[in-house]
Design a protein around this ligand. Structure first.
Ligand SMILES: *[C@@H]1O[C@H](CO)[C@@H](O)[C@H](O)[C@H]1NC(C)=O
Ligand SMILES: *[C@@H]1O[C@H](CO)[C@@H](O)[C@H](O)[C@H]1NC(C)=O
Ligand SMILES: *[C@@H]1O[C@H](CO)[C@@H](O)[C@H](O)[C@H]1NC(C)=O
Ligand SMILES: *[C@@H]1O[C@H](CO)[C@@H](O)[C@H](O)[C@H]1NC(C)=O
Length: 379
C-alpha cells in the first residue's frame, strides 16, 4: 500500500519534471524552432495558397533614372572586345573579389581555360571575372596595382568602381547583365558562377549543345530554391529586414553559386533591372524577383549543386555540372573529373548498374543533403 503510493508519487514527479524540461527546451529554442519550422510553414502555405507574386513589380518599381544610378558605376577595368567572335556559346561570369588571385589562377588553369574549351571541345566560351574595388581603403591602392598587372597578362577582368562586399553582390549582378547586354549580346548562354565552385566544362558544353538542339529559349537552369522564406534573424548573414521584403516567401530562384540562362532570358533580366529597386542585397533572390517580373521560371537540373559539394567518384564525374566549395582541390578535381577514361566506367549494362548503385550510396543518405538530390542517382 505504502509502496504503491510512493510509486505513484514518483511517477507524477517524473511527469512533472519531464513537462518542465520540455517546456523550458521549447522556450529556449523557440527562436530556432520559429525560424526553421514556423517560417517554412508560413512560406509554403503562402506559396501554395497565394502562389502569385504580381505585387512584386509594383512594390519594387522605380523610375528609369533611379535604376540607372544603381548600376552605372564607371568601369575601372574593361574589355570591349572580349566577345568579338560571332559564335559565342557561353559567356561565363565568375564573381570574384580583388584579393582572390589564387582562385582566379586555379580557374584559368582548369574550368575557365578558354583555350582548352576551344581545342578540346570545339566550343567558344568567354570567361570574365566580375569585380568591385577592395573594401579597405588602406590596401586598395596596392591591391588595385596588382589587379592591373594581372589584367595585363590575362585580359579577363571587368571591374566597376563600387566597394566589393557581400552586401553589394546585387550591384555585381547588375554589372553582369549590363555588361553582357552591352558587349556580348550574341552569346547563346550566360552563366554566373562563384569563384569557389567547380564547373565540369565538358559536361556543361555537352548539356548546352543539347539545349540548342531543342531551341535554347526561355531557359534558366540551376539548383532551384522553391518557396524559401526570408531570413529574419538579425545575426544571420542572409538577414533581410521586413522593410526590404515584406512577404513570407521569395519567388523561386536558383542558387547563386552557379546557374545558366539563355540569351533571351539574359536580355529580359537586363530589362527588368532597368525598372526594379535593387536594394535587396541577396543577389540570387533579386535575380528571382527580376525573372518573376518578366514571367521567367527557373528549372531544376539535378547536377547543379547549391551549397553542396559533390562526392569524389568517377560515377559522379561522369554527370556532374557544378559543385560548390572547391578552392584548394580545383586542379586535382579538374584532372580527375575530365579524364577521358571516366566515361568507360558507366558504359554498358554492368557499368550503368554499378554507377547507379554507387550514386544511390552517395546521394540517398538521409543526412547527406545539400549535394545532388537522391533522384540524381537514377538519371
Ligand atoms: C589551357 O589549356 C591549354 C590546352 O589544353 C594548355 O596548353 C594550357 O597550358 C592551359 N592553360 C593554363 C593556364 O593552364
Ligand atoms: C556598396 O558600394 C557603394 C559604392 O562603392 C558604397 O558606397 C557602399 O558603401 C557599398 N555598400 C556596402 C554594404 O558595402
Ligand atoms: C528601394 O527600397 C529601399 C527599401 O528596401 C528604400 O529604402 C529605397 O528608398 C528604395 N529606392 C528607391 C529609389 O525607391
Ligand atoms: C512593372 O510594371 C510597370 C507598370 O505596370 C511596367 O511599365 C514595367 O515594365 C514593369 N516592369 C517589369 C520589370 O516587368
Amino acid at each position: 500500500m505504502f509502496l504503491n503510493f510512493r510509486r505513484i508519487r514518483k511517477c507524477q514527479c517524473v511527469q512533472l519534471v519531464t513537462t518542465c524540461f520540455v517546456l523550458s527546451v521549447l522556450m529556449v529554442c523557440w527562436e530556432q524552432l520559429d525560424h526553421h519550422v514556423v517560417s517554412h510553414m508560413k512560406s509554403y502555405s503562402y506559396r501554395y495558397l497565394v502562389n502569385s507574386y504580381d505585387f512584386i513589380n509594383e512594390s519594387f518599381g522605380i523610375r528609369q533614372q533611379e535604376a540607372e544610378s544603381q548600376s552605372n558605376f564607371p568601369y575601372l577595368i574593361n574589355h570591349h572586345d572580349k566577345c568579338d567572335s560571332n559564335e559565342v556559346l557561353l559567356l561565363l561570369f565568375v564573381k570574384s573579389s580583388p584579393e582572390n588571385l589564387e582562385r582566379r589562377q586555379a580557374i584559368r588553369a582548369t574550368w575557365g581555360n578558354e583555350t582548352y574549351t576551344q581545342r578540346e571541345l570545339g566550343a567558344t566560351v568567354r570567361v570574365v571575372f566580375a569585380l568591385g574595388v577592395h573594401p579597405n581603403p588602406q590596401q586598395r591602392g596596392h591591391v588595385q596595382r596588382g589587379l592591373l598587372g594581372e589584367d595585363q597578362v590575362y585580359g579577363d577582368l571587368v571591374q566597376q568602381d563600387f566597394v566589393d562586399t557581400f552586401h553589394n553582390l546585387t550591384i555585381k549582378l547588375l554589372l553582369q547583365f549590363r555588361w553582357s547586354h552591352t558587349y556580348c549580346s550574341q552569346a547563346r548562354f550566360l552563366m554566373s558562377a562563384d569563384d569557389d565552385i567547380f564547373v565540369h566544362m565538358p559536361n556543361l558544353v555537352h548539356y548546352l549543345r543539347s539545349l540548342i538542339r531543342q531551341g535554347a529559349r526561355d531557359l534558366w537552369v540551376g539548383h532551384v530554391h522553391r518557396g524559401a522564406p526570408p531570413n529574419r534573424r538579425k545575426d544571420s548573414k542572409y538577414y533581410v529586414p521586413y522593410e526590404m521584403y515584406q512577404w513570407p516567401s521569395y519567388p523561386d530562384y536558383t542558387a547563386g553559386a552557379g546557374y545558366v540562362v539563355s540569351g533571351d532570358v539574359a536580355t529580359k533580366i537586363y530589362q527588368a533591372t532597368l525598372s526594379l529597386n535593387a536594394s535587396l542585397y541577396i543577389d540570387d533572390v533579386f535575380m528571382g524577383i527580376c525573372a518573376n517580373a518578366m514571367g521567367v521560371s527557373p528549372q531544376e537540373h539535378v547536377y547543379f549543386s547549391g551549397e553542396g559539394k559533390a562526392p569524389y567518384h568517377p560515377c559522379i564525374y561522369d554527370k556532374m555540372i557544378t559543385s560548390h566549395g572547391h578552392v584548394a582541390d580545383v586542379r586535382y578535381l579538374w584532372k580527375a573529373a575530365t579524364d577521358p577514361q571516366i566515361h568507360y566506367i558507366s558504359s554498358g549494362l554492368v557499368g550503368k548498374l554499378y554507377c547507379t548503385a554507387v550514386k544511390v550510396m552517395f546521394l540517398c543518405k538521409p543526412y547527406y543533403f545539400n549535394t545532388y538530390p537522391c533522384k540524381a542517382a537514377f538519371s
